[in-house]
Design a protein around this ligand. Structure first.
Ligand code: SP5
Ligand code: ZN
Length: 353
C-alpha cells in the first residue's frame, strides 16, 4: 500500500487549545505524523510519496465538499487575523463567539465584516487553533487524500493518506475538533466522481465523525458509519447518537454506533462487525476509513481500551470487506504509540487483503 505524505503538515502547529476555561497544550501536534513516518520506515508497507500538487484539480475536489465562502475564509484567515491587530502575529487564532446557526436565532446568512465574528461563524469549538500555515497544511492533507483516491481508481487495492491536520470533524462550512478540511469526505466524493457508485465511509476514530455525517446526511450514494464514544458524555457531544439515520434521500444511509466510555476491544469489535454488515447490505464498491487511533487504551483524551495488538485485527476485519480502500489519518494522541498503532492496523489490512 502506497502512503501519500503531506510535506506541509508541520506548518500547522498549534500552541494551546481552550479546555474548560483554561488554555492547555495542543494534543494534535506534528510529532504524531513523524511517529507514523518513522514506523513506516521501520516496517515499510510500500512507497512513500508526496502528492504532485495540481492546484486547480485540488481546489475543484475541495469545492465538491466545502462551500466557497468557507474555503475563501480559510485561505485568508491568517492575514485577516493579523490585520485585526499586528500583535496577533504572535498568537494563534481561536474563536470566542458563535451564532447558534441551527437554532435559527442568529443570522448565518450575512457574512460579518468583523473577523472574530467570522471565526465563530465557521467553527464549532475553541479547541482548534488556526495559524499562518494552517491553510497550506490542510490543503496538503487534502492533496494526499485526492492522490490516494487516484491510486485506488488506478487499480490499487488500498492507499494511505497520511493527513495532518485531521479532517473528520470538519463540515461543509465549519472547522473544529482540530479539523479544517474533511479529507475523508473529499476522498469519498472523489471516488464517486471517479466512477464508484456506492461509497462507504467507516469512521473508527474515538470521536464521532460529525463533519462527514453532516456532509453526506441527505445522500443515498455515500453510506456513513461511525463507531465512537457516546456523545452523551464524549466530544463532539451534539451529534453522533444512534437515532441519526440520515434524512430525505439519505434516510437509512447513516449509521452511528455509540459505545460507552470504558468500552474494551471485544465490545468494540462487535460494533465493527455491525458496521461491516451494514456496508455489505449497502453493496459498497469503495471504502474510505477515517483512521483515528485514539481508541487506544493509553490515549490521553479518550476512553476506550484497545491495545496495540488489537489494531492488527481491526485492519484484518476491514480487509474482509474486499473493497478498494482509502485510509485517512485522523486522531490518536498517545503520541509515542500512534505510529505503532497506525502501522499495525495497516499491516493487518495488507496481510488479509
Ligand atoms: C480528530 C480528533 O480526534 N479530534 C478530537 C477533538 C477533541 N477535542 C476536545 C478534547 C478535549 C481535550 N481535553 C484536554 C484534557 C486536558 N487534560
Ligand atoms: Zn478523535
Amino acid at each position: 500500500m502506497k502512503t501519500l505524505h503531506n510535506a506541509h503538515h508541520a506548518l500547522h502547529q498549534g500552541r494551546e487549545e481552550m479546555f474548560r476555561g483554561r488554555m492547555v497544550p495542543c494534543h494534535e501536534v506534528p510529532a504524531r505524523l513523524d511517529f507514523v513516518l518513522t514506523e513506516l520506515q521501520r516496517r515499510p508497507l510500500g512507497a512513500l510519496e508526496a502528492p504532485a500538487l495540481d492546484d486547480a484539480e485540488l481546489d475543484a475536489a475541495i469545492a465538491r465538499v466545502h462551500s466557497a465562502r468557507y474555503t475563501a475564509f480559510l485561505a485568508g484567515a491568517w492575514d485577516e487575523w493579523v490585520a485585526m491587530d499586528p500583535a496577533n502575529a504572535l498568537r494563534d487564532a481561536l474563536p470566542s463567539v458563535w451564532p447558534l446557526g441551527n437554532r435559527h436565532a442568529f443570522r448565518t446568512d450575512v457574512l460579518p465584516q468583523n473577523f472574530a465574528a467570522r471565526l465563530g461563524l465557521f467553527s464549532f469549538d475553541s479547541g482548534s487553533p488556526l495559524m499562518a500555515g494552517t491553510w497550506a497544511a490542510a490543503r496538503g492533507g487534502a492533496a494526499c487524500a485526492l492522490a490516494a483516491v487516484r491510486e485506488v481508481l488506478g487499480g490499487a487495492r488500498s492507499a494511505f493518506a497520511l493527513t495532518r491536520p485531521p479532517g473528520h470533524h470538519a463540515g461543509p462550512d465549519f472547522f473544529g475538533g482540530y479539523c479544517f478540511l474533511n479529507n475523508a469526505a473529499i476522498a469519498a466524493q472523489a471516488l464517486r466522481d471517479g466512477g464508484k457508485q456506492r461509497v462507504a465511509v467507516l469512521d473508527v476514530d474515538y470521536h464521532h465523525g460529525n463533519g462527514t455525517q453532516t456532509i453526506f446526511y441527505e445522500r443515498a450514494d455515500v453510506l456513513t458509519v461511525s463507531i465512537h464514544g457516546d456523545p452523551a458524555t464524549e466530544y463532539p457531544f451534539f451529534l453522533g447518537h444512534a437515532d441519526e439515520r440520515g434524512a430525505g434521500a439519505g434516510e437509512g444511509f447513516n449509521l452511528n454506533l455509540p459505545l460507552p466510555r470504558g468500552t474494551n476491544f471485544t465490545t468494540w469489535r462487535a460494533a465493527l462487525g455491525q458496521a461491516l454488515d451494514a456496508m455489505a447490505a449497502f453493496n459498497a464498491d469503495a471504502l474510505v476509513v477515517p483512521m483515528g487511533l485514539d481508541t487506544f487504551e493509553g490515549d490521553p483524551i479518550s476512553g476506550f481500551t484497545l491495545r496495540s495488538n488489537d489494531y492488527f485485527a481491526v485492519g484484518e476485519a476491514l480487509a474482509g470487506a474486499g473493497l478498494p480502500t482509502v485510509f485517512t489519518f485522523e486522531g490518536g494522541y498517545a503520541v509515542d504509540a500512534v505510529g505503532t498503532n497506525a502501522v499495525n492496523l495497516l499491516e493487518g489490512f495488507e496481510r488479509a487483503a
